[in-house]
Design a protein around this ligand. Sequence first.
Ligand SMILES: Cc1cc2nc3c(=O)[nH]c(=O)nc-3n(C[C@H](O)[C@H](O)[C@H](O)COP(=O)(O)O)c2cc1C
Length: 181
Amino acid sequence: MNPVFMERWSPRSFSDQPVDADDLAAVFEAARWTPSWMNNQPWHIVYATKDADRQAIVNTFMEFNREWASAAPVAGLVIAKTELEGRMASTRDYDVGAAMMALTLQATMLGLSVHQLGGVELDDAHELLGLDPATGSVLTGFVLGHRGDPSQLSDSQQAKEHPSDRKPVTEFAAEGTTFPF
Ligand SMILES: Cc1cc2nc3c(=O)[nH]c(=O)nc-3n(C[C@H](O)[C@H](O)[C@H](O)COP(=O)(O)O)c2cc1C
């Protein structure tokens, strides 16, 4: 297995070091090449690097994310296209998640970290973006940057500042034709 999978984890401490513009372009380029149903590419990302815009995006995050996420130099919202029908609609979130994983792995390969955030106040995010739910649906947020000094975090957050474990492969993948789990 490529080491990038073990090197990636979701930190809460970020340094204020800006993200190089070429690196930022590369993470979006990686997302661009994600496969999707019928090549529908149902993802949109709105991101901010300037302080006021970044803080406006972070303000749409739920309180438990807001306290640490504002330190990251890039904050973003992940939007899925609406007005889709059939399999195009039912595979939409799958495709958007895949795009975010491509972005995240490219970021990791560049020495950056991404923390994806489901804890977003969705109505606030739609309002900030001026986004009609008929056009797009905010699914998640994220922050991106260089890992920082964990001592800037609260004690409870510091305790979570490490890679986490996973259930074994045998608990989710099995050879055969029946569902054994
Ligand atoms: C869709 C999604 C939503 C998440 N939402 C949050 C969140 O709101 N707050 C948070 O601290 N972490 C969030 N996470 C991070 C996960 O908790 C984390 O990926 C998981 O615990 C595994 O840890 P690791 O990424 O460090 O390997 C989210 C991750 C994903 C993929």
